[in-house]
Ligand binder design. Structure first.
Ligand SMILES: Nc1ncnc2c1ncn2[C@@H]1O[C@H](COP(=O)(O)OP(=O)(O)O)[C@@H](O)[C@H]1O
Ligand SMILES: [Mg+2]
Length: 404
């Protein structure tokens, strides 16, 4: 029996774990929360923080000594470096430690991309606010971010009127290593991609147009409020994006595995904002991509982690239908009430709906990807219908907030 260790059993991982269990994988799930919903689909559980190798590795080794593990992956959590460290220690298939390091260190990643000719926004490590100010005069609009964080935490836009001291501190405090970087802000449509890499060749069944409707409202924070696939960008551009992702995956060093891209298309040319060496979160690989294409990249990740050779033709479906995700954002205040989730799920064209808050909770002003209080995915006869159906579902959800 081949046991597959999955790091992450949170609510965004649960559906993917359920699917793997149904497909016959023998799952060992690791999560620090003993009530993690993903444990329901595991044969065994390991209770340990997946973000801390010093906690996770001893627990995994103790388990492995009793019941050998044959593969390791993560789901809906950003720990490719922990996955690689475990794979190395247990001699399992996976990315090298060097690749995994590049994947979680935005400077190391971009240095490698530049060396290999993969286009990225201009970037620089910044040690002080005065450096940030001089970059601002040089580049005009900047994005300031931690070198090693995730989910837009600590990321902000810095324009001519912005507060450079605050932007620097906000990024520094969100960086585990205390390092800050700045990038030239590139205007243009943004796309999420998710690909399976088979023997060094990336296949990208998923390109989703990211929605940033509220950039002004939540300025200087960058809060994404959804995405729609398949991308409505012209084929000439989506083909360029696919080629770019392929080059970036090779540059990062992913030979077999998953890569998740953040791409910006600036003046008709795509640039890599980052390329993660892992599955996505945000109900993308577990819900939106399978709904739209029938492709289960979670399964691709699982089989790759167990060392199987994948057949490229299995992962290259044309999208079947448009699917739009919308995240529900509300102003800060106390959440008084909302419509029953079951009612939203029963709406025509709604494919999935999740909420994780309860009446009485205090909701902060959105600052990053973790700010939303609910998520809906809807389909429709066309791209714009899918968007409209998702938006209507959130109107129906109707959260009532009492401002302080
Ligand atoms: N150079 C840039 N130009 C335009 N937008 C950017 C740039 N860098 C980051 N962003 C925006 O900020 C978001 C978060 O930045 P990212 O580097 O992906 O960090 P994280 O690891 O937190 O996701 C991106 O998804 C993108 O929307
Ligand atoms: Mg990102």
């Amino acid at each position: 029996m081949k046991r597959l260790l999955v790091l992450g059993g949170g609510r965004q991982a649960a559906e993917g774990l359920k699917d793997l269990q149904q497909k016959g994988f023998h799952l060992v799930v690791c999560d620090m929360d003993e009530n993690a919903p993903g444990f329901a689909f595991a044969e065994d559980k390991i209770i340990a923080s997946v973000y801390h190798l010093e906690v996770c590795l001893p627990a995994v080794l103790a388990y492995h000594a009793e019941k050998p593990i044959s593969g390791v992956m993560c789901l809906a959590c950003d720990v490719p470096h922990i996955v690689a460290a475990i794979a190395e220690k247990l001699d399992l298939p996976g990315n090298s430690l060097e690749t995994a390091h590049r994947a979680v260190d935005k400077l190391a990643m971009k240095d490698k991309f530049v060396a290999d000719g993969v286009p990225v926004p201009e970037y620089r490590q910044v040690e002080s606010t005065s450096e940030l100010r001089s970059l601002r005069s040089e580049w005009q609009g900047l994005v300031v971010k931690p070198v090693d964080s995730r989910g837009s935490k600590g990321v902000s836009v810095l324009d001519q009127n912005g507060d450079a001291d605050w932007a620097f501190e906000n990024a520094r405090q969100n960086s585990p290593s205390g390092r800050v970087m700045a990038e030239r802000y590139l205007e243009g449509p943004q796309v999420s991609t998710e690909s399976v890499v088979i023997k060094g060749k990336a296949i990208t069944p998923a390109l989703s147009d990211r929605s940033y409707e509220f950039l002004d409202k939540y300025h200087p924070f960058i809060v994404e409020n959804g995405g729609t696939m398949p991308s409505a960008l012209p084929e000439a551009i989506t083909e360029k994006i696919e080629t770019l992702v392929s080059h970036a995956a090779i540059s990062l060093g992913v030979e077999n595995g998953i890569v998740k891209g953040d791409i910006v298309v600036h003046e008709n040319e795509p640039y890599v904002i980052e390329l993660a060496a892992r599955l996505s979160g945000g109900y993308f690989c577990t819900h939106q991509i399978p709904f739209s294409t029938g492709i289960h990249l979670v399964e691709a990740a699982a089989r790759t982690a167990l060392g199987e050779d994948l057949d490229p033709s299995e992962w290259n479906n044309e999208p079947k239908c448009p699917v739009s995700t919308r995240w529900c954002m509300v102003d800060e205040g106390t959440l008084l009430s909302f419509e029953e989730p079951e009612k939203i799920r029963a709406m025509k064209n709604v494919l999935a709906f999740e909420t994780w808050v309860s009446p009485g909770s205090y909701i902060d002003r959105p600052q990053n990807a973790a700010a939303s209080i609910a998520m809906v995915q809807a389909t429709g006869a066309s791209y714009s219908e899918a968007v409209k159906n998702a938006e209507n579902a959130l109107l129906e959800f109707n959260p009532i907030i009492q401002k302080q």
